[in-house]
Design a protein around this ligand. Structure first.
Ligand code: MN
Ligand code: MN
Length: 315
């Protein structure tokens, strides 16, 4: 067998035991030799309604213990192709969002400098802004696939400009993303003004509201996005509240009428071949996740994103 890290098999050690890392991968403190670093950003001080996403990484890791290494639908074998490890949680400052932003950016600068691909477990969606700042420092403005019930393009919340609801306006203002290669998928719910989403369309964002996707297979949309992106460096930010609360109730700002779990899989799998340079899965709030299904789904979506990273062989 290759020298790549492997998740501990459920046939070697019972799944309910062993390390509490993502998929029971080795835990690493050094970035040397890694292709992919899975990390937790346990934070909920950027959120506006229910809190609890500070417990997200821990619970996603716990539910990920059941995921096996091979993707039976796509044939992807990420652990035969990439060196993956769980590098633990960032030591954010739970009393200061600006200080946490600084810590996230510095950590990401170090990860990206080593040419390691970061896969983040949130945390509320505010984590994505300092991440994108680092990503843009490394790659320039990137294409963005943003799956979410919300556009997260508010200007301020209570006068604060850096929150989980303002991330993508800031990213646009700061030139971190390519506006006409920004795809917002799953938007829905109620707004403060009828123009809430439309303003971002004026910047060039391509929006795909949930109601236009109801009952549709999303493979085709994913393929269209892939073709439109070409080989541009691309960041994927997946807010678990893009899914209907029936599938993902454990989240801070649930909205009815969302995407289904199969639609999420269709979308992500169709993005295989995109030049992904980083991704995150945010807004899992375990206190509202009584069945554990939200964290389980989040863990599997992270696995599916791992399966489409550059260098992973699939059928
Ligand atoms: Mn969001
Ligand atoms: Mn959201």
């Amino acid at each position: 067998m290759s020298g790549f890290n492997q998740p501990i098999s459920g046939n070697d050690l019972a799944r309910f035991s062993g390390p509490g890392t993502f998929m029971r991968l080795p835990s690493e403190t050094r970035l040397n030799g890694l292709d992919v670093a899975v990390l937790g950003i346990p934070m909920d001080i950027g959120t506006s309604w229910r809190s609890g996403t500070r417990f997200g990484p821990k619970q996603i890791r716990a539910e990920s213990a059941m995921i096996r290494p091979y993707n039976m639908a796509t044939g992807a074998a990420p652990f035969d192709c990439l060196q993956v490890a769980d590098i633990g949680d960032l030591a954010i400052n739970t009393f200061s969002l600006p200080e946490s932003y600084r810590i996230i950016s510095e950590s990401y600068d170090a990860i990206l400098k080593r040419k390691v691909m970061p896969m983040a477990m949130g945390g509320d969606h505010s984590i994505t802004l300092p991440i994108l700042r680092s990503v843009a420092r490394r790659y320039g403005p990137v294409a963005l696939v943003h799956v979410d019930a919300h556009a997260d393009v508010n200007d301020e919340m209570f006068g604060v400009r850096e929150t989980h609801g303002t991330v993508f306006r800031r990213a646009w203002e700061e030139g971190l993303i390519l506006p006409d290669k920004t795809y917002q998928i799953g938007l829905r719910g109620t707004g403060y003004a009828a123009s809430d989403f439309a303003e971002a369309q004026g910047w060039g964002f391509q929006q795909f509201p949930a109601h236009e996707l109801w009952g549709r297979v999303l493979s085709e949309l994913g393929q269209e996005i892939r073709r439109d992106i070409g080989d541009l460096p691309t960041y994927i930010s997946f807010d678990i509240d893009s899914l209907d609360p029936a599938y993902a109730p454990g989240t801070g700002t649930p909205e009815i009428g969302g995407l289904t779990t199969p639609q999420a899989l269709q979308l992500i799998r169709a993005l295989q071949g995109v030049n992904v340079v980083g991704c995150d899965l945010v807004e899992v709030s375990p206190p509202y996740d009584t069945s554990g299904n939200t964290a389980l789904t989040g863990a599997n979506i992270l696995y599916e994103m791992l399966c489409i990273l550059p260098g992973v062989k699939a059928r």
